[in-house]
Design a protein around this ligand. Structure first.
Ligand code: GAR
Length: 211
């Protein structure tokens, strides 16, 4: 099982979905560490409750020095012999220093169907644009924000009655399904990156899932 770290900044519901999947001994990743840049992240408590090692690297202790912040993260990852990194609501932009060091071994979940709606407030912007489908994307992390080869996407309908909150809740359900599947594919070595694209063996009929 691949030793996996989850990086969070807050609630940690995607973290919880990954931890739940990894409870199955057949799952190819084990969650060996949860690391947060915020000491008050709710997810830290949840991880500790189920006996997972936790760490805090507080970005406020590295004012104006992203490289030192990222080096500190890298050091903790190495101390825990981490092989894969899953960003799950980690709200700091990473520089090429860390991204390149973990290239092909770091994945992220974004609450939109990339390449649409990179960045923040994705649900508000989806409603403003009037899109009829929205969703979430798990992708390899590259040096550009919310970019990098796409592993799995999940789509949901947008309803006329939606608010950003109701839409976010529908997308979050899909996030909790696709993230464990994506980590499984990566940990099993089932993904092949060719340029910007990820081929996942052709045996994943639900790579775009409409629920
Ligand atoms: C999730 O919706 C995730 O996709 C999003 O933050 C939320 C974290 O929730 N990530 C980003 O916006 C990354 N830029 P969680 O802490 O309950 O998993």
């Amino acid at each position: 099982r691949k030793r996996t770290a989850i990086l969070i900044s807050g609630r940690g519901s995607n973290m919880t979905a990954l931890i739940a999947a990894a409870m199955n001994p057949d799952y190819p990743a084990e969650i060996a560490l949860v690391l947060s840049n915020r000491p008050d992240a709710k997810g830290l408590e949840k991880a500790a409750e189920v006996g997972i090692a936790t760490a805090v690297i507080d970005h406020r202790e590295y004012p104006g020095d992203r490289q030192a912040f990222e080096k500190a993260i890298d050091t903790v990852l190495k101390e825990h012999k981490i092989e894969l990194v899953a960003l799950a609501g980690f709200m700091r932009i990473l520089t090429p220093l860390l991204v390149n060091a973990w290239s092909g071994r770091m994945i992220n979940i974004h609450p939109a169907l990339l390449p649409c709606f990179r960045g923040l407030a994705t649900h508000e912007r989806a409603l403003e644009e009037g899109v009829k489908l929205h969703g979430a994307t798990v992708h390899y992390v590259s040096a550009e924000m919310d970019d990098g080869p796409i592993i799995i996407q999940g789509a949901v309908p947008v309803l006329d009655s939606d608010t950003p909150e109701t839409l976010a809740a529908r997308v979050l359900e899909v996030e909790h399904k696709i993230y464990p599947k994506a980590l499984e594919l990566v940990a099993r070595g089932k993904t092949k990156v060719t340029g910007a694209r990820v081929l996942s063996g052709g045996d994943e009929p639900d790579s775009a899932e409409l629920i």
